[in-house]
Design a protein around this ligand. Structure first.
Ligand code: F6R
Length: 612
Protein backbone atom coordinates (compact mmCIF):
# COMPACT_ATOMS: atom_id res chain seq x y z
CA UNK A 1 0.00 0.00 0.00
CA UNK A 2 2.33 2.72 -1.34
CA UNK A 3 6.07 2.38 -1.30
CA UNK A 4 8.47 4.96 0.07
CA UNK A 5 12.18 5.20 -0.55
CA UNK A 6 14.75 7.88 0.24
CA UNK A 7 18.51 8.15 -0.16
CA UNK A 8 21.14 10.53 1.12
CA UNK A 9 24.83 9.96 0.46
CA UNK A 10 27.66 10.77 -1.95
CA UNK A 11 26.49 8.99 -5.13
CA UNK A 12 23.80 10.04 -7.58
CA UNK A 13 20.54 9.33 -5.77
CA UNK A 14 18.38 9.01 -8.89
CA UNK A 15 19.29 5.48 -10.02
CA UNK A 16 19.20 4.34 -6.40
CA UNK A 17 15.73 5.79 -5.89
CA UNK A 18 14.52 4.30 -9.17
CA UNK A 19 15.84 0.85 -8.29
CA UNK A 20 14.22 1.15 -4.87
CA UNK A 21 10.92 2.15 -6.45
CA UNK A 22 10.99 -0.78 -8.85
CA UNK A 23 11.46 -3.16 -5.94
CA UNK A 24 8.58 -1.53 -4.05
CA UNK A 25 6.25 -1.36 -7.03
CA UNK A 26 4.28 -4.38 -5.80
CA UNK A 27 3.05 -2.19 -2.94
CA UNK A 28 1.08 0.04 -5.30
CA UNK A 29 1.37 1.10 -8.90
CA UNK A 30 -1.13 3.85 -9.66
CA UNK A 31 1.52 6.56 -9.95
CA UNK A 32 5.10 7.29 -9.01
CA UNK A 33 7.38 10.22 -8.37
CA UNK A 34 10.61 11.53 -6.91
CA UNK A 35 11.81 14.74 -5.31
CA UNK A 36 15.56 15.38 -5.40
CA UNK A 37 17.85 18.26 -4.56
CA UNK A 38 19.65 19.65 -7.59
CA UNK A 39 21.79 22.72 -8.16
CA UNK A 40 18.60 24.56 -9.07
CA UNK A 41 16.69 23.56 -5.96
CA UNK A 42 14.18 20.85 -5.15
CA UNK A 43 13.09 19.11 -8.32
CA UNK A 44 9.90 17.03 -8.37
CA UNK A 45 9.09 14.66 -11.20
CA UNK A 46 5.98 12.54 -10.98
CA UNK A 47 3.47 10.86 -13.19
CA UNK A 48 0.40 8.69 -13.31
CA UNK A 49 1.09 5.03 -14.07
CA UNK A 50 3.94 2.66 -13.47
CA UNK A 51 7.56 3.28 -12.48
CA UNK A 52 8.52 2.76 -16.13
CA UNK A 53 6.43 5.86 -16.99
CA UNK A 54 8.36 7.80 -14.38
CA UNK A 55 11.64 6.53 -15.79
CA UNK A 56 10.62 7.74 -19.23
CA UNK A 57 9.63 11.13 -17.86
CA UNK A 58 12.96 11.38 -16.03
CA UNK A 59 14.80 10.68 -19.29
CA UNK A 60 12.86 13.52 -20.87
CA UNK A 61 14.18 15.87 -18.20
CA UNK A 62 17.75 15.55 -19.49
CA UNK A 63 20.66 14.75 -17.24
CA UNK A 64 20.84 16.02 -13.70
CA UNK A 65 22.14 14.48 -10.57
CA UNK A 66 21.46 14.71 -6.91
CA UNK A 67 22.84 13.07 -3.79
CA UNK A 68 19.64 13.22 -1.76
CA UNK A 69 16.01 12.56 -2.60
CA UNK A 70 12.79 10.74 -1.82
CA UNK A 71 10.55 8.58 -4.03
CA UNK A 72 7.08 7.10 -3.91
CA UNK A 73 4.95 4.52 -5.69
CA UNK A 74 1.26 5.01 -4.98
CA UNK A 75 -1.84 2.96 -4.33
CA UNK A 76 -4.53 5.60 -4.60
CA UNK A 77 -6.84 6.36 -1.66
CA UNK A 78 -7.67 10.08 -1.58
CA UNK A 79 -7.95 11.24 -5.15
CA UNK A 80 -7.71 8.97 -8.19
CA UNK A 81 -4.51 8.10 -9.99
CA UNK A 82 -3.31 11.25 -11.78
CA UNK A 83 -0.17 13.34 -12.18
CA UNK A 84 -1.50 15.89 -9.71
CA UNK A 85 -2.31 13.35 -7.02
CA UNK A 86 1.05 11.60 -7.36
CA UNK A 87 3.59 11.98 -4.58
CA UNK A 88 5.86 13.73 -3.63
CA UNK A 89 3.70 16.71 -2.70
CA UNK A 90 5.20 20.12 -2.23
CA UNK A 91 4.40 22.28 0.77
CA UNK A 92 4.39 26.04 0.93
CA UNK A 93 3.91 28.78 -1.61
CA UNK A 94 7.44 28.35 -2.89
CA UNK A 95 7.53 24.58 -2.57
CA UNK A 96 10.22 24.43 0.09
CA UNK A 97 9.07 21.12 1.54
CA UNK A 98 8.39 17.80 -0.21
CA UNK A 99 6.53 14.88 1.36
CA UNK A 100 5.91 11.24 0.49
CA UNK A 101 3.30 9.36 2.50
CA UNK A 102 1.89 5.88 3.00
CA UNK A 103 -1.34 5.71 4.99
CA UNK A 104 -4.39 7.89 5.54
CA UNK A 105 -4.69 11.22 7.35
CA UNK A 106 -8.22 11.10 8.70
CA UNK A 107 -8.57 14.77 9.71
CA UNK A 108 -7.10 16.15 6.50
CA UNK A 109 -10.25 18.02 5.47
CA UNK A 110 -10.30 19.99 8.71
CA UNK A 111 -6.57 20.79 8.44
CA UNK A 112 -6.93 21.67 4.78
CA UNK A 113 -9.68 24.16 5.64
CA UNK A 114 -7.46 25.78 8.28
CA UNK A 115 -4.48 26.00 5.95
CA UNK A 116 -6.59 27.45 3.13
CA UNK A 117 -7.58 30.22 5.53
CA UNK A 118 -3.86 30.95 5.83
CA UNK A 119 -3.61 31.29 2.08
CA UNK A 120 -2.35 27.85 1.14
CA UNK A 121 -3.49 26.75 -2.31
CA UNK A 122 -3.94 23.03 -2.86
CA UNK A 123 -2.99 21.37 -6.15
CA UNK A 124 -4.31 17.86 -5.47
CA UNK A 125 -7.19 15.99 -3.86
CA UNK A 126 -4.88 14.05 -1.55
CA UNK A 127 -4.66 13.96 2.22
CA UNK A 128 -0.87 14.03 1.87
CA UNK A 129 -0.65 17.53 0.47
CA UNK A 130 -2.15 18.72 3.75
CA UNK A 131 0.87 17.30 5.59
CA UNK A 132 3.27 19.10 3.24
CA UNK A 133 1.56 22.47 3.73
CA UNK A 134 1.15 21.90 7.45
CA UNK A 135 4.88 21.28 7.85
CA UNK A 136 5.64 24.39 5.80
CA UNK A 137 3.21 26.44 7.89
CA UNK A 138 4.70 25.26 11.19
CA UNK A 139 8.28 25.62 9.93
CA UNK A 140 8.20 29.00 8.22
CA UNK A 141 9.81 31.79 10.17
CA UNK A 142 10.72 29.58 13.12
CA UNK A 143 14.26 28.82 14.19
CA UNK A 144 13.82 25.11 14.69
CA UNK A 145 15.06 22.14 12.76
CA UNK A 146 12.81 20.16 10.45
CA UNK A 147 12.53 17.19 12.82
CA UNK A 148 11.09 19.37 15.58
CA UNK A 149 8.56 20.79 13.15
CA UNK A 150 7.61 17.32 11.93
CA UNK A 151 7.08 16.20 15.53
CA UNK A 152 4.77 19.15 16.05
CA UNK A 153 2.90 18.43 12.82
CA UNK A 154 2.43 14.78 13.78
CA UNK A 155 0.73 15.76 17.01
CA UNK A 156 -1.95 17.43 14.87
CA UNK A 157 -2.52 14.46 12.57
CA UNK A 158 -5.13 11.74 13.08
CA UNK A 159 -4.76 8.54 11.12
CA UNK A 160 -1.84 6.46 9.99
CA UNK A 161 1.33 7.27 8.16
CA UNK A 162 4.84 6.49 7.12
CA UNK A 163 6.36 9.76 5.97
CA UNK A 164 9.49 10.93 4.22
CA UNK A 165 10.06 14.70 4.34
CA UNK A 166 12.77 16.89 2.80
CA UNK A 167 13.18 20.65 3.01
CA UNK A 168 15.23 23.21 1.14
CA UNK A 169 16.78 24.16 4.49
CA UNK A 170 19.12 21.19 4.30
CA UNK A 171 19.72 19.40 1.05
CA UNK A 172 21.27 16.29 2.58
CA UNK A 173 18.66 15.53 5.24
CA UNK A 174 15.56 13.34 5.17
CA UNK A 175 13.15 13.31 8.08
CA UNK A 176 11.11 10.12 8.44
CA UNK A 177 8.21 9.25 10.73
CA UNK A 178 5.76 6.44 11.24
CA UNK A 179 2.49 5.45 12.87
CA UNK A 180 0.81 2.16 11.92
CA UNK A 181 2.68 1.93 8.60
CA UNK A 182 6.04 0.28 8.14
CA UNK A 183 9.25 2.23 7.66
CA UNK A 184 12.84 1.11 7.98
CA UNK A 185 16.13 2.96 7.79
CA UNK A 186 18.93 1.32 5.84
CA UNK A 187 22.39 1.99 7.27
CA UNK A 188 25.22 2.25 4.72
CA UNK A 189 28.79 3.54 4.65
CA UNK A 190 28.59 7.31 4.21
CA UNK A 191 25.01 6.93 3.02
CA UNK A 192 21.66 6.05 4.54
CA UNK A 193 18.21 5.26 3.23
CA UNK A 194 14.59 5.15 4.26
CA UNK A 195 12.23 2.54 2.79
CA UNK A 196 8.90 0.82 3.23
CA UNK A 197 10.63 -2.52 3.24
CA UNK A 198 13.91 -4.32 2.92
CA UNK A 199 13.67 -5.04 -0.81
CA UNK A 200 14.39 -1.36 -1.50
CA UNK A 201 17.64 -1.23 0.48
CA UNK A 202 19.12 -4.67 0.06
CA UNK A 203 21.14 -3.80 -3.06
CA UNK A 204 23.02 -1.17 -0.95
CA UNK A 205 23.07 -2.52 2.59
CA UNK A 206 21.92 -5.41 4.75
CA UNK A 207 21.88 -3.39 7.99
CA UNK A 208 18.76 -1.53 9.02
CA UNK A 209 16.73 -0.25 11.93
CA UNK A 210 12.97 -0.41 12.28
CA UNK A 211 11.18 2.79 13.10
CA UNK A 212 8.49 2.30 15.75
CA UNK A 213 5.17 4.09 16.01
CA UNK A 214 5.41 7.79 16.85
CA UNK A 215 9.16 7.95 16.28
CA UNK A 216 10.85 10.47 14.03
CA UNK A 217 14.24 9.88 12.41
CA UNK A 218 16.70 12.40 11.03
CA UNK A 219 18.61 10.67 8.27
CA UNK A 220 21.85 12.19 6.99
CA UNK A 221 24.72 10.61 5.01
CA UNK A 222 26.91 10.19 8.08
CA UNK A 223 24.37 9.57 10.84
CA UNK A 224 20.85 8.62 11.78
CA UNK A 225 19.17 9.96 14.91
CA UNK A 226 15.82 8.68 16.12
CA UNK A 227 13.57 10.65 18.47
CA UNK A 228 10.50 9.59 20.39
CA UNK A 229 7.33 11.65 20.72
CA UNK A 230 8.87 13.74 23.51
CA UNK A 231 11.87 14.58 21.37
CA UNK A 232 14.24 12.34 23.37
CA UNK A 233 16.89 10.42 21.42
CA UNK A 234 16.11 6.68 21.23
CA UNK A 235 18.75 3.98 20.95
CA UNK A 236 17.60 1.60 18.21
CA UNK A 237 18.83 -1.97 17.74
CA UNK A 238 20.44 -2.65 14.36
CA UNK A 239 18.99 -5.61 12.43
CA UNK A 240 20.57 -7.63 9.65
CA UNK A 241 18.74 -8.93 6.56
CA UNK A 242 18.85 -12.73 6.58
CA UNK A 243 18.08 -13.44 2.93
CA UNK A 244 19.82 -12.78 -0.38
CA UNK A 245 18.98 -10.37 -3.13
CA UNK A 246 18.35 -13.35 -5.44
CA UNK A 247 15.32 -14.29 -3.29
CA UNK A 248 13.64 -11.08 -4.45
CA UNK A 249 14.49 -11.57 -8.13
CA UNK A 250 12.66 -13.55 -10.81
CA UNK A 251 15.49 -16.03 -11.35
CA UNK A 252 14.59 -16.78 -14.97
CA UNK A 253 10.84 -17.16 -14.46
CA UNK A 254 8.44 -15.09 -16.53
CA UNK A 255 6.73 -13.84 -13.40
CA UNK A 256 7.34 -13.73 -9.66
CA UNK A 257 4.06 -15.57 -9.19
CA UNK A 258 5.23 -18.61 -11.16
CA UNK A 259 8.56 -18.60 -9.34
CA UNK A 260 6.77 -18.43 -6.00
CA UNK A 261 4.34 -21.22 -6.95
CA UNK A 262 7.34 -23.39 -7.79
CA UNK A 263 9.02 -22.50 -4.49
CA UNK A 264 6.21 -23.99 -2.42
CA UNK A 265 7.85 -27.30 -1.56
CA UNK A 266 10.73 -25.35 -0.02
CA UNK A 267 8.46 -22.82 1.72
CA UNK A 268 6.45 -25.65 3.29
CA UNK A 269 9.52 -27.60 4.25
CA UNK A 270 11.36 -24.59 5.74
CA UNK A 271 8.34 -23.84 7.91
CA UNK A 272 7.85 -27.39 9.13
CA UNK A 273 11.32 -28.95 9.38
CA UNK A 274 12.84 -26.84 12.16
CA UNK A 275 9.79 -27.60 14.30
CA UNK A 276 9.92 -31.38 14.03
CA UNK A 277 12.60 -33.43 15.74
CA UNK A 278 12.72 -37.21 15.83
CA UNK A 279 9.04 -37.55 15.03
CA UNK A 280 8.01 -34.96 17.62
CA UNK A 281 6.47 -31.53 17.26
CA UNK A 282 8.89 -29.17 19.00
CA UNK A 283 8.51 -25.43 19.06
CA UNK A 284 8.54 -23.71 22.36
CA UNK A 285 9.97 -20.26 21.88
CA UNK A 286 6.74 -18.48 21.09
CA UNK A 287 4.79 -18.68 24.33
CA UNK A 288 2.55 -21.55 23.22
CA UNK A 289 3.02 -23.47 26.45
CA UNK A 290 1.18 -26.73 27.03
CA UNK A 291 -0.65 -25.12 29.92
CA UNK A 292 -1.89 -22.27 27.73
CA UNK A 293 -3.04 -24.67 25.03
CA UNK A 294 -4.71 -26.96 27.55
CA UNK A 295 -6.61 -24.12 29.13
CA UNK A 296 -7.59 -22.26 25.99
CA UNK A 297 -11.38 -22.18 25.92
CA UNK A 298 -11.55 -20.85 22.42
CA UNK A 299 -9.08 -20.30 19.62
CA UNK A 300 -9.75 -17.28 17.39
CA UNK A 301 -8.09 -17.28 13.99
CA UNK A 302 -8.09 -13.80 12.48
CA UNK A 303 -6.85 -12.74 9.07
CA UNK A 304 -7.70 -11.16 5.71
CA UNK A 305 -7.94 -12.54 2.17
CA UNK A 306 -5.89 -15.62 1.47
CA UNK A 307 -4.61 -15.68 5.04
CA UNK A 308 -8.26 -15.95 6.10
CA UNK A 309 -8.65 -18.92 3.74
CA UNK A 310 -5.60 -20.51 5.37
CA UNK A 311 -7.40 -19.86 8.66
CA UNK A 312 -10.46 -21.77 7.39
CA UNK A 313 -8.25 -24.80 6.83
CA UNK A 314 -6.55 -24.20 10.18
CA UNK A 315 -9.87 -24.12 12.01
CA UNK A 316 -10.94 -27.47 10.57
CA UNK A 317 -7.64 -29.17 11.38
CA UNK A 318 -7.30 -27.65 14.88
CA UNK A 319 -10.86 -28.66 15.77
CA UNK A 320 -10.41 -32.14 14.35
CA UNK A 321 -7.12 -32.86 16.12
CA UNK A 322 -7.34 -30.63 19.19
CA UNK A 323 -11.10 -30.82 19.90
CA UNK A 324 -11.23 -27.21 21.00
CA UNK A 325 -13.69 -24.63 19.77
CA UNK A 326 -12.12 -22.58 17.08
CA UNK A 327 -13.50 -19.73 15.01
CA UNK A 328 -12.10 -18.00 11.99
CA UNK A 329 -12.86 -14.35 11.32
CA UNK A 330 -12.15 -11.77 8.68
CA UNK A 331 -10.13 -9.16 10.58
CA UNK A 332 -12.09 -6.17 9.26
CA UNK A 333 -15.32 -7.74 10.57
CA UNK A 334 -13.86 -9.09 13.80
CA UNK A 335 -12.59 -5.72 14.96
CA UNK A 336 -15.99 -4.03 14.73
CA UNK A 337 -18.15 -6.94 15.87
CA UNK A 338 -17.72 -6.55 19.61
CA UNK A 339 -16.21 -10.07 19.71
CA UNK A 340 -16.39 -12.21 22.81
CA UNK A 341 -12.77 -12.70 23.83
CA UNK A 342 -11.90 -14.19 27.18
CA UNK A 343 -8.61 -14.04 29.03
CA UNK A 344 -7.73 -17.65 28.46
CA UNK A 345 -8.56 -17.53 24.77
CA UNK A 346 -5.84 -17.84 22.20
CA UNK A 347 -5.94 -15.37 19.29
CA UNK A 348 -3.91 -16.33 16.25
CA UNK A 349 -3.41 -13.57 13.70
CA UNK A 350 -2.27 -14.84 10.32
CA UNK A 351 -0.53 -12.43 7.96
CA UNK A 352 2.10 -12.68 5.26
CA UNK A 353 3.19 -9.06 5.46
CA UNK A 354 2.63 -8.62 9.18
CA UNK A 355 1.45 -5.10 8.38
CA UNK A 356 -2.22 -5.54 7.39
CA UNK A 357 -4.09 -2.72 9.12
CA UNK A 358 -7.22 -4.69 10.04
CA UNK A 359 -5.28 -7.71 11.27
CA UNK A 360 -3.08 -5.46 13.39
CA UNK A 361 -6.13 -3.72 14.86
CA UNK A 362 -7.71 -7.10 15.68
CA UNK A 363 -4.49 -8.21 17.37
CA UNK A 364 -4.46 -5.10 19.55
CA UNK A 365 -8.12 -5.63 20.40
CA UNK A 366 -7.43 -9.21 21.50
CA UNK A 367 -4.55 -7.99 23.64
CA UNK A 368 -6.73 -5.38 25.28
CA UNK A 369 -9.20 -8.15 26.14
CA UNK A 370 -6.37 -10.02 27.87
CA UNK A 371 -6.07 -12.97 25.48
CA UNK A 372 -2.74 -14.46 24.49
CA UNK A 373 -1.91 -13.45 20.92
CA UNK A 374 0.16 -15.45 18.49
CA UNK A 375 1.26 -14.07 15.12
CA UNK A 376 1.71 -16.43 12.19
CA UNK A 377 3.70 -14.06 10.03
CA UNK A 378 6.13 -14.22 7.12
CA UNK A 379 7.93 -10.89 7.29
CA UNK A 380 10.44 -10.91 10.12
CA UNK A 381 10.13 -8.03 12.58
CA UNK A 382 6.97 -6.72 10.93
CA UNK A 383 4.58 -4.84 13.19
CA UNK A 384 2.24 -7.78 13.89
CA UNK A 385 5.24 -10.00 14.63
CA UNK A 386 6.64 -7.47 17.06
CA UNK A 387 3.41 -6.65 18.82
CA UNK A 388 2.05 -10.17 19.30
CA UNK A 389 2.83 -12.02 22.53
CA UNK A 390 4.35 -14.84 20.52
CA UNK A 391 5.31 -15.28 16.89
CA UNK A 392 5.53 -18.35 14.71
CA UNK A 393 7.31 -17.33 11.52
CA UNK A 394 6.43 -18.89 8.21
CA UNK A 395 9.70 -19.22 6.35
CA UNK A 396 8.42 -18.66 2.83
CA UNK A 397 11.03 -15.98 2.05
CA UNK A 398 10.19 -12.68 0.36
CA UNK A 399 6.96 -12.87 -1.61
CA UNK A 400 6.85 -10.27 -4.38
CA UNK A 401 3.86 -11.23 -6.57
CA UNK A 402 0.79 -9.44 -5.26
CA UNK A 403 -1.23 -12.68 -5.25
CA UNK A 404 0.07 -14.87 -2.47
CA UNK A 405 0.97 -18.49 -3.14
CA UNK A 406 4.00 -19.71 -1.22
CA UNK A 407 3.18 -17.68 1.88
CA UNK A 408 -0.30 -19.24 1.87
CA UNK A 409 1.24 -22.71 1.71
CA UNK A 410 3.59 -21.85 4.55
CA UNK A 411 0.63 -20.55 6.58
CA UNK A 412 -1.08 -23.92 6.15
CA UNK A 413 2.11 -25.62 7.32
CA UNK A 414 2.24 -23.42 10.44
CA UNK A 415 -1.42 -24.08 11.23
CA UNK A 416 -0.97 -27.85 10.88
CA UNK A 417 1.87 -27.63 13.39
CA UNK A 418 -0.26 -25.60 15.77
CA UNK A 419 -3.12 -28.12 15.42
CA UNK A 420 -0.79 -30.97 16.31
CA UNK A 421 0.62 -29.03 19.25
CA UNK A 422 -2.85 -28.23 20.58
CA UNK A 423 -3.80 -31.91 20.33
CA UNK A 424 -0.59 -32.96 22.08
CA UNK A 425 -1.00 -30.45 24.91
CA UNK A 426 -4.56 -31.64 25.47
CA UNK A 427 -3.51 -35.27 25.66
CA UNK A 428 -5.15 -36.24 22.38
CA UNK A 429 -2.05 -37.27 20.48
CA UNK A 430 -0.32 -40.50 21.37
CA UNK A 431 3.31 -41.00 20.40
CA UNK A 432 2.49 -43.18 17.44
CA UNK A 433 -0.06 -40.76 15.98
CA UNK A 434 2.34 -37.86 16.53
CA UNK A 435 5.04 -39.75 14.66
CA UNK A 436 2.64 -40.41 11.80
CA UNK A 437 1.56 -36.79 11.66
CA UNK A 438 5.17 -35.62 11.60
CA UNK A 439 5.98 -38.12 8.86
CA UNK A 440 3.02 -36.90 6.81
CA UNK A 441 4.07 -33.26 7.22
CA UNK A 442 7.65 -34.01 6.20
CA UNK A 443 6.38 -35.93 3.17
CA UNK A 444 4.13 -33.09 1.96
CA UNK A 445 6.86 -31.04 0.19
CA UNK A 446 7.53 -34.01 -2.11
CA UNK A 447 3.80 -34.40 -2.75
CA UNK A 448 3.55 -30.68 -3.55
CA UNK A 449 6.43 -31.22 -6.00
CA UNK A 450 4.46 -34.05 -7.62
CA UNK A 451 1.47 -31.75 -8.01
CA UNK A 452 3.68 -29.14 -9.64
CA UNK A 453 4.71 -31.73 -12.20
CA UNK A 454 1.17 -31.59 -13.58
CA UNK A 455 1.91 -28.09 -14.83
CA UNK A 456 1.49 -28.96 -18.53
CA UNK A 457 -1.96 -30.48 -17.98
CA UNK A 458 -3.04 -27.37 -16.09
CA UNK A 459 -1.59 -25.09 -18.76
CA UNK A 460 -3.63 -26.95 -21.35
CA UNK A 461 -6.81 -26.59 -19.26
CA UNK A 462 -6.12 -22.88 -18.82
CA UNK A 463 -5.79 -22.35 -22.55
CA UNK A 464 -9.04 -24.28 -23.04
CA UNK A 465 -11.04 -22.30 -20.49
CA UNK A 466 -9.34 -18.89 -20.52
CA UNK A 467 -12.19 -17.26 -22.44
CA UNK A 468 -14.92 -18.26 -19.95
CA UNK A 469 -16.60 -15.34 -18.29
CA UNK A 470 -17.38 -17.14 -15.08
CA UNK A 471 -15.96 -20.08 -13.12
CA UNK A 472 -17.41 -21.88 -10.10
CA UNK A 473 -15.41 -23.80 -7.50
CA UNK A 474 -17.24 -26.40 -5.43
CA UNK A 475 -16.14 -28.34 -2.40
CA UNK A 476 -17.22 -29.49 1.02
CA UNK A 477 -15.39 -29.08 4.33
CA UNK A 478 -11.67 -28.61 3.73
CA UNK A 479 -12.34 -28.66 0.01
CA UNK A 480 -14.61 -25.66 0.43
CA UNK A 481 -11.79 -23.76 2.14
CA UNK A 482 -9.44 -24.63 -0.73
CA UNK A 483 -12.14 -23.65 -3.24
CA UNK A 484 -12.38 -20.20 -1.63
CA UNK A 485 -8.67 -19.66 -2.09
CA UNK A 486 -8.73 -21.02 -5.65
CA UNK A 487 -11.55 -18.69 -6.60
CA UNK A 488 -9.79 -15.65 -5.12
CA UNK A 489 -6.60 -16.52 -7.00
CA UNK A 490 -8.43 -16.73 -10.32
CA UNK A 491 -10.45 -13.54 -10.01
CA UNK A 492 -7.72 -11.34 -8.58
CA UNK A 493 -5.18 -11.97 -11.32
CA UNK A 494 -7.25 -12.89 -14.40
CA UNK A 495 -10.34 -10.71 -13.72
CA UNK A 496 -12.56 -13.69 -14.58
CA UNK A 497 -15.63 -13.67 -12.37
CA UNK A 498 -15.54 -16.63 -10.08
CA UNK A 499 -17.29 -17.93 -7.00
CA UNK A 500 -16.56 -20.63 -4.49
CA UNK A 501 -19.48 -22.52 -3.07
CA UNK A 502 -19.95 -25.10 -0.39
CA UNK A 503 -21.01 -27.84 -2.80
CA UNK A 504 -24.27 -28.58 -0.99
CA UNK A 505 -25.24 -24.91 -0.91
CA UNK A 506 -25.25 -24.20 -4.63
CA UNK A 507 -28.76 -25.44 -5.17
CA UNK A 508 -30.08 -22.88 -2.69
CA UNK A 509 -29.92 -20.16 -5.31
CA UNK A 510 -26.69 -19.88 -7.19
CA UNK A 511 -27.28 -22.94 -9.34
CA UNK A 512 -29.43 -20.65 -11.48
CA UNK A 513 -26.16 -19.24 -12.85
CA UNK A 514 -25.04 -22.61 -14.20
CA UNK A 515 -25.67 -22.89 -17.92
CA UNK A 516 -24.38 -24.74 -20.95
CA UNK A 517 -20.57 -24.64 -20.90
CA UNK A 518 -20.11 -23.03 -17.46
CA UNK A 519 -16.82 -24.22 -16.00
CA UNK A 520 -17.08 -25.83 -12.57
CA UNK A 521 -13.96 -26.95 -10.75
CA UNK A 522 -15.00 -29.54 -8.17
CA UNK A 523 -12.84 -30.81 -5.33
CA UNK A 524 -13.15 -34.21 -3.74
CA UNK A 525 -10.37 -35.01 -1.30
CA UNK A 526 -12.37 -35.91 1.82
CA UNK A 527 -13.35 -39.56 1.81
CA UNK A 528 -16.53 -39.25 3.89
CA UNK A 529 -17.84 -36.64 1.44
CA UNK A 530 -17.06 -38.33 -1.89
CA UNK A 531 -20.61 -39.48 -2.56
CA UNK A 532 -22.11 -36.16 -1.61
CA UNK A 533 -19.76 -34.29 -3.90
CA UNK A 534 -20.51 -36.68 -6.78
CA UNK A 535 -24.20 -35.85 -6.38
CA UNK A 536 -23.39 -32.13 -6.55
CA UNK A 537 -21.29 -32.68 -9.66
CA UNK A 538 -24.26 -34.44 -11.26
CA UNK A 539 -26.51 -31.51 -10.40
CA UNK A 540 -24.32 -29.11 -12.36
CA UNK A 541 -23.47 -31.39 -15.29
CA UNK A 542 -27.20 -32.03 -15.71
CA UNK A 543 -27.48 -28.29 -16.36
CA UNK A 544 -24.70 -28.18 -18.92
CA UNK A 545 -21.66 -27.38 -16.76
CA UNK A 546 -18.24 -28.68 -17.76
CA UNK A 547 -16.51 -30.09 -14.70
CA UNK A 548 -12.82 -30.34 -13.94
CA UNK A 549 -12.42 -32.58 -10.91
CA UNK A 550 -9.53 -32.43 -8.47
CA UNK A 551 -9.70 -35.65 -6.53
CA UNK A 552 -7.82 -37.71 -4.00
CA UNK A 553 -5.78 -40.64 -5.25
CA UNK A 554 -8.36 -43.12 -3.95
CA UNK A 555 -11.45 -41.21 -5.08
CA UNK A 556 -13.70 -43.94 -6.43
CA UNK A 557 -16.78 -41.97 -7.38
CA UNK A 558 -18.13 -41.92 -10.91
CA UNK A 559 -16.03 -39.47 -12.92
CA UNK A 560 -17.67 -40.11 -16.28
CA UNK A 561 -19.44 -36.76 -16.18
CA UNK A 562 -16.17 -34.86 -15.66
CA UNK A 563 -14.19 -33.46 -18.57
CA UNK A 564 -10.85 -33.76 -16.78
CA UNK A 565 -9.63 -35.29 -13.54
CA UNK A 566 -6.51 -34.19 -11.70
CA UNK A 567 -5.41 -36.63 -9.03
CA UNK A 568 -3.60 -35.89 -5.79
CA UNK A 569 -0.85 -38.23 -4.62
CA UNK A 570 -1.71 -40.20 -1.49
CA UNK A 571 -1.68 -38.02 1.62
CA UNK A 572 -3.39 -37.62 4.99
CA UNK A 573 -6.69 -36.14 3.94
CA UNK A 574 -6.57 -33.45 6.63
CA UNK A 575 -3.57 -32.02 4.72
CA UNK A 576 -5.09 -32.34 1.24
CA UNK A 577 -5.70 -28.58 0.88
CA UNK A 578 -1.94 -28.16 0.54
CA UNK A 579 -2.02 -30.30 -2.59
CA UNK A 580 -5.35 -29.43 -4.20
CA UNK A 581 -4.48 -25.73 -4.23
CA UNK A 582 -1.42 -26.26 -6.46
CA UNK A 583 -3.19 -26.95 -9.78
CA UNK A 584 -5.71 -24.22 -8.99
CA UNK A 585 -2.93 -21.66 -8.44
CA UNK A 586 -1.34 -22.75 -11.70
CA UNK A 587 -4.71 -22.58 -13.45
CA UNK A 588 -5.25 -18.99 -12.26
CA UNK A 589 -1.73 -18.10 -13.33
CA UNK A 590 -2.05 -19.52 -16.84
CA UNK A 591 -5.54 -18.11 -17.39
CA UNK A 592 -4.14 -14.67 -16.47
CA UNK A 593 -1.21 -15.17 -18.86
CA UNK A 594 -3.60 -16.29 -21.65
CA UNK A 595 -5.64 -13.15 -21.08
CA UNK A 596 -2.49 -10.97 -21.15
CA UNK A 597 -3.04 -9.74 -17.63
CA UNK A 598 -0.30 -8.20 -15.54
CA UNK A 599 0.06 -11.29 -13.37
CA UNK A 600 2.37 -9.91 -10.69
CA UNK A 601 0.60 -6.58 -10.39
CA UNK A 602 -3.15 -7.05 -10.90
CA UNK A 603 -5.20 -3.92 -11.38
CA UNK A 604 -6.42 -2.01 -8.31
CA UNK A 605 -4.45 -4.18 -5.89
CA UNK A 606 -1.38 -3.79 -3.72
CA UNK A 607 0.59 -6.30 -1.73
CA UNK A 608 0.58 -4.91 1.75
CA UNK A 609 -2.77 -3.49 2.84
CA UNK A 610 -1.91 -0.93 5.48
CA UNK A 611 -5.18 0.99 5.33
CA UNK A 612 -8.48 -0.33 6.65
C1 F6R B 1 -4.48 -12.62 -2.15
C2 F6R B 1 -3.71 -11.95 -1.13
C3 F6R B 1 -4.45 -11.19 -0.10
C4 F6R B 1 -3.74 -11.28 1.26
C5 F6R B 1 -4.42 -10.35 2.25
C6 F6R B 1 -3.78 -10.40 3.62
O1 F6R B 1 -3.65 -13.29 -3.04
O2 F6R B 1 -2.51 -11.96 -1.13
O3 F6R B 1 -5.76 -11.60 0.01
O4 F6R B 1 -3.78 -12.60 1.70
O5 F6R B 1 -4.35 -9.02 1.79
O6 F6R B 1 -2.45 -10.00 3.58
P1 F6R B 1 -1.44 -10.40 4.69
O7 F6R B 1 -1.31 -11.88 4.66
O8 F6R B 1 -0.17 -9.69 4.34
O9 F6R B 1 -2.03 -9.93 5.99
Amino acid sequence: MCGIVGFTGQENALPILMRGLYSLEYRGYDSAGIAAFTEDGLKVIKTKGRISNLEEKLRGEGSFSSTCGIGHTRWATHGGPSDRNSHPHLGGRDGKVAVVHNGIIENYLFLRGQLEKHGYVFQSETDTETVAHLIDYLHTGRQEDLAQTVLKALSLLRGSYALGVVSMDDSSEIVAARRDNPLIIGLGEGENMIASDITAIISRTRRYIILDDNEVAVVRPDRVTVYNQLGDVVDKPVQEVNWDLSAAEKGGYAHFMLKEIMEQPRAFSDTVRPRIQDGEIVFEDNGLTDERLREAGHIHLIACGSAYHAGMVGKAVIEELGRVRCSVSVASEFRYSNPIIREKDLCIVISQSGETADSLAALRQAQRAGAFTLAVVNVVSSTIAREADGVLYTWAGPEIAVATTKAYSAQLAALYLIAAKVAKARGLLDRQTERELCGALLQLPDSIREMLEQIKTVQYLASKYANRSSVFYLGRGLDYAAAMEASLKLKEISYVHSEAYAAGELKHGTISLIEEGTLVVALATQRHLYEKTVSNIREVTARGAEVVLIAAEDFDGDVSACKNVIRLPACMERFAASLSIIPMQLFAYYVAVERSCDVDKPRNLAKSVTVE
